[in-house]
Design a binder for this molecule. Structure first.
Ligand code: CAA
Length: 389
């Protein structure tokens, strides 16, 4: 039964009872399991291992994966609803969730062999282990085709050498999807994606990054020295690796858009509540038009971001082209997240600048959404290319 609906450009946004139940479960989990200790985890840059384990048990780490491989068999709309709720409280936990769901699990389910799915996807979807998506390098961020990591073809295996940078779940993951160049003459069509397991000889976890935001997620460099990867660990045909990365990132961007939306909405909800508690000049600060206008503008722009996120998710669920919609959702939601969190700090005044009021953390967390899974500038490039395609 439909309980909430909205129509936009022929798209039906009916949220079913199942959608609303997922949303509520994620909201409860965030309040009860992620909020306690969040300031300390952020201060100490401590990975929320226990909480991530529980997220796996509750099915948040493989939401869209088929039940045949241990997943929840849910749609992308359910996923973005859960991402928004988790991100309102804890963007460090939600990036773990996003990378595992929409980059690693999705990539394996969409393009992996049956053997790869049985061996790896089932473990990832249930949260027995988590995954990492290893594309970025010291000299290859936005310019992702410039891969310096090599996967030399040695007959029945690849020999991998190189360094990956800023890898989410770098230390905590057990399974990594590693993009590497096999044939440089073929440029991006000579790139492969290989499934690499932690513990394989020559694979070492490097430096942990000391980050501005999402401090409790573990971001590391990964080092590969003569790592032997069997051919059966290659995803897709020889040379499919770059296409694999781009196609997977299209969906990943919906997840990060939902994360940005959640960060913005979380900061807005805190600011709205605070504005009705705090008094100045003899009245609640909400009664001042300066504050009302800020909140009205935040509510409007956050709602617009939500529509873009739902639209991209719905298009993906309906197997329609969602490349541009995903880029628009990520671009807009991340810009709104940075702006709305800054406004939320402003509404809180001095309290907003200290840690226990949470909005300064959300402001620091918001920044990364304009950078990872394609910067805002890359999203504009993707959108523009689609305009004339
Ligand atoms: N979807 C599907 N295929 C795509 C695509 C897309 N969005 N964008 C490009 N491609 C395909 C093209 O069709 C082309 O394939 P063919 O040659 O077979 O036709 C191939 O990829 C190369 O494309 P381009 O010629 O357009 O390559 P380019 O170098 O000019 O530009 C780019 C590509 C869009 C800039 C790309 O490099 C890009 O998206 N960069 C950003 C990288 C990124 O998002 N990194 C995120 C790191 S992962 C992360 O952050 C995870 C985390 O930890 C949170």
């Amino acid at each position: 039964m439909a309980t909430a609906s909205l129509e936009l450009q022929g798209l039906n946004f009916n949220l079913s009872e199942e959608h609303l139940a997922v949303q509520e479960a994620a909201r409860d989990f965030a309040q009860n399991e992620l909020l306690p200790g969040i300031v300390e985890r952020d201060n100490e840059a401590r990975f929320p291992a226990e909480q991530i384990k529980k997220m796996g048990e509750l099915g948040f780490l493989g939401m869209m994966v088929s039940p045949d491989y241990g997943g929840g068999g849910m749609d992308t709309v359910s996923y973005v609803l859960a991402m928004e709720e988790i991100s309102k409280i804890d963007a460090s936990a939600s990036v773990v969730m996003s990378v595992n769901n929409s980059l690693v699990c999705y990539g394996l389910e969409a393009y992996g062999t049956e053997e790869q799915k049985q061996k790896y996807l089932t473990r990832l979807a249930t949260g027995e282990t988590i995954g990492a998506f290893c594309l970025s390098e010291p000299e290859a961020g936005s310019d992702a085709t410039s891969q310096a990591t090599t996967a030399e073809d040695k007959g029945d295996y690849y020999l991998v050498n190189g360094t990956k940078n800023w890898i989410t779940n770098g230390n905590s993951s057990g399974i990594c999807l590693v993009i590497a160049q096999t044939n440089r003459e073929k440029k991006h069509r000579g790139i492969n994606c290989l499934i690499v397991e932690k513990g394989m000889p020559g694979f070492v976890v490097g430096k942990k990054e000391d980050k501005m935001g999402i401090r409790a997620s573990d971001t590391h460099s990964l080092l590969f020295t003569d790592v032997k990867i069997p051919k059966q660990n290659r995803i897709g045909e020889d040379g499919f690796g770059f296409k694999f990365a781009m196609s997977t990132l299209n969906g990943g961007r919906i997840g990060i858009a939902a994360q940005a939306l959640g960060i913005a909405a979380g900061a807005y909800e805190l600011a709205l509540k605070y504005s009705q508690e705090r008094k100045s000049f003899g009245k609640q600060i909400f009664e001042h038009q300066a504050i009302q206008f800020k909140l009205a503008e935040m509510a409007t722009k956050i709602e617009a971001a939500r529509l873009l996120v739902y639209k991209a998710a719905r298009l993906k669920d309906e197997h329609k082209d969602y490349v541009q919609a995903a880029a628009m959702a990520k671009l807009f939601a991340s810009e709104i997240a940075m702006w709305a969190t800054t406004e939320a700090v402003q509404i809180h005044g001095g309290y907003g600048y200290v840690k226990e009021f949470h909005v300064e953390r959300l402001m620091r967390d918001a920044k990364i959404t304009q950078i990872y899974e394609g910067t805002s500038e890359i999203q504009k490039l993707v959108i523009a290319r689609e305009l004339i395609r």
